[in-house]
Design a protein around this ligand. Sequence first.
Ligand code: DGL
Length: 274
Amino acid sequence: MKNLSIGMFDSGVGGLTVLKEVKNLLPMENIVYLGDTARVPYGNRSPQTIIRYAMESSLFLLTKGIKILVIACNTSSAIALKILSKKLPIPVIGVIEPAAKTAVMTTKTNKIGIIGTKATIKSKAYERSIKELKPNMEVISKPCPLFVPIVEEGLEKDEVAFIMAEKYLREFRDSGIDTLIMGCTHYPILEDVIKKVVGEHVNIINTGKETAKDVEKCLKEKGILKTKGKGLCQFYVTDAPETFKEIGGRFLKSQISTVKYIKSLDFKDIIFRR
Ligand code: DGL
């Protein structure tokens, strides 16, 4: 069991911001990562579609021998965490609760900003998590839908990233927030730009970093933490493996040697191909 992998999925390269943190914290673990690049972005889709995609990605990862599933996507965590936890035979960890916990613990002004996809913001999953922990918290949320395509296109250092950040985030400047949750796993790739716009005094929370700690805790509690050897990462995508390799490698600051292309996440195809 210990030697089985940690499974992770996202709509694209964004989940690599979670993988990076999990790898740093748990270098002995094997990780299987799926980027559903044929269907990115998830954030503008309906809850039914997001649930179907999440289910298909999880079933694919289960066929790869995983001991825990990390939903390396805020949109899928906001909409599908409950159902995946109920249906899958392994522990499932989402990215929302860990980030909400840290935000509540660190804010001094009791005013927290949240940025994410349209679906994540509309779901109010962060507000619920934050107010469950501390009901008197004030939350200001803002969807930033163009950040995901900017990251997927590798434009994080381009002028377009600054223009969009200014447009989406300037309202946070005088809002009194001292903490901002990057509620989309693509956004840490834009962290420098985000920081410049909202101001250095705002503490920016990266959902990946917080989630990695929860993954470690869960594996320890279940007695399935791998404590020997060097972990390996396998990457799968549903489209454009070369682009994923290039943008992902640049972000991880280490070359991704192989990215496997999967033609379909339809479960019948997955079973047939095995
Ligand atoms: N990275 C994902 C998230 O955290 C998905 C973004 C998208 O595909 O719209 O929400």
